[in-house]
Design a binder for this molecule. Structure first.
Ligand SMILES: NC(=O)c1ccc[n+]([C@@H]2O[C@H](COP(=O)([O-])OP(=O)(O)OC[C@H]3O[C@@H](n4cnc5c(N)ncnc54)[C@H](O)[C@@H]3O)[C@@H](O)[C@H]2O)c1
Length: 411
């Protein structure tokens, strides 16, 4: 039986503490008077000193008017408040007479734990970031039937204390959840972007509802149910690898045309514009990265000009969008692609000087769903000393080239 303390026994913390108390000895502390038949509510000194594990479930509140119940999209962006977490950490530092295992549950934005919390914590303690995917109304059930348990460590490795936390959860879980281990920052991201995916999904289906009302002869459920049954591309892991942007003969132009439809039916917002704008800025960010890598002395080449491997079509190509921004930044760019149907700036070979090469094509990722696992082979000899920027993060290390996995900033 483990000795557990919970700081912050509110809507989340109390129910979770009571679930833990079915198997373990649990104490709770809160700045407001709380009662429980299962958890011993006591002062902070006792919670800290009588517990080997200390879970922090204090609020990280939004500012007034930022909960989504009134319009806020016109207001200045604001971070959550961190005072209560800082207060909990200060209390642990102040009262603990031995090393503790600290588990922060509260929701924070990516980067917060490393920048704001860990530097404050006495280094004799061990720290994990462990946000919960729990919904009001089903806290106790969610706690023991989670889709996944997210555990953040400093470098993203499975540390001893992370393993101990998994062992502790195994004593409580009713299902057999996935345990996702990452850096503190990755785990903050998993939690918060999980919620964003839900918001985006709801925003999209409700947009179809808005079009149904405005256009007529559309039952939104016929449309969304057909999409919901589309497990090949939409409802599943496809398109969940970050890399080059959406491209081709259909997707970009469909969204660009849908901007017109949103205006025509006076929908009042334009998600297509937002999606296409983000796509353009993402291409510009990638271009900027390539230009920075190239500095003054290196040339830039994009490996793949057609919008995907094995086809000649350059229509809607994200490679040329990236190339557009590279040129706009005053840098030259050439493309390598034996099939491209647009030969502008396409070269067969690179001269023997080191280049910065964007590895745009990855046929394994593009065609994986067909069962075709063959990898992209270089379209020409890539000169020794070149820097290959791989937006798909799949290329292995070589002696000949420097490989940069774009999107992986782990130390
Ligand atoms: N409620 C949920 O369903 C849910 C789900 C997932 C994550 N979260 C996150 O968990 C955290 C807590 O959420 P909640 O809904 O339980 O909030 P809450 O406000 O209901 O509970 C927090 C509790 O902490 C107490 N508290 C405040 N400052 C304190 C301090 N300095 N020391 C000790 N106790 C203090 C409060 O009195 C309150 O009882 C938030 O970061 C929230 O985003 C909540």
């Amino acid at each position: 039986m483990a000795k557990i303390g919970v700081i912050g026994i509110g809507k989340l913390g109390l129910d979770c503490a009571e679930v833990m108390a079915e198997k373990h000895e649990v104490r709770g502390y809160d700045i407001y008077p709380r009662t429980s038949d299962l958890v011993k509510v006591c002062d902070i000194n006792e919670v800290v000193n009588e517990s080997e594990w200390i879970f922090i479930a204090v609020p990280t509140p939004h500012a007034e008017g930022y909960d989504g119940s009134v319009p806020s999209s016109h207001m200045e962006p604001r971070d959550f408040g961190h005072d209560a977490v800082i207060d909990a950490i200060n209390n642990i530092n102040k009262y603990a007479r031995s090393s503790k295992k600290i588990v922060l549950i509260s929701t924070v934005l990516p980067g917060t734990t490393r920048k704001k919390f860990v530097p404050l914590l006495d280094p004799t303690h061990q720290f994990l970031y462990n946000p919960y995917l729990i919904a009001m109304g089903s806290v106790k059930w969610d706690m023991v039937n989670p889709e996944m348990v997210i555990i953040g460590t400093e470098d993203g490795s499975m540390t001893g204390v992370a393993g101990e936390l998994i062992d502790l959860y195994r004593t409580m879980m009713e299902n057999d959840p996935r345990y996702e281990i990452g850096t503190w920052d990755e785990c903050e991201s998993i939690k918060i972007f999980y919620n964003t995916f839900i918001s985006a999904k709801v925003g999209l289906v409700n947009m179809v509802q808005d079009f149904a009302i405005k256009i007529g002869n559309i039952n939104v459920d016929v449309v969304t149910n057909a999409l919901a049954r589309s497990t090949m591309r939409i409802m599943g892991p496809k398109y969940m690898t970050a890399g080059m942007g959406d491209a081709g003969a259909c997707h970009p132009r469909d969204n660009i045309a849908l901007r017109w439809l949103a205006q025509e039916y006076n929908i009042g917002y334009d998600l297509f514009d937002t999606v296409m704008h983000a796509r353009e800025i993402q291409a510009r960010n990638l271009a900027e990265f390539l230009v920075q890598q190239a500095g003054k002395n290196m040339s830039i080449a994009i490996h793949g000009k057609a919008y995907k491997p094995d086809v000649p079509y350059c229509i809607g190509s994200y490679s040329t969008l990236v190339g557009h921004y590279i040129k706009e930044m005053g840098h030259n760019v050439v493309y390598l692609d034996p099939l491209a149907d647009d030969s502008t700036d396409v070269v067969k070979d690179l001269d023997n000087t080191p280049h910065v090469v964007l590895w745009a094509h990855n046929r394994k990722i593009t065609y994986e769903y067909t069962g075709n696992q063959a990898d992209t082979q270089p379209y020409c000899e890539i000169p020794q000393g070149s820097v290959i920027v791989d937006p798909w993060r799949k290329l292995g290390l070589t002696d000949k080239h420097t490989i940069i996995h774009y999107g992986n900033t782990r130390a």
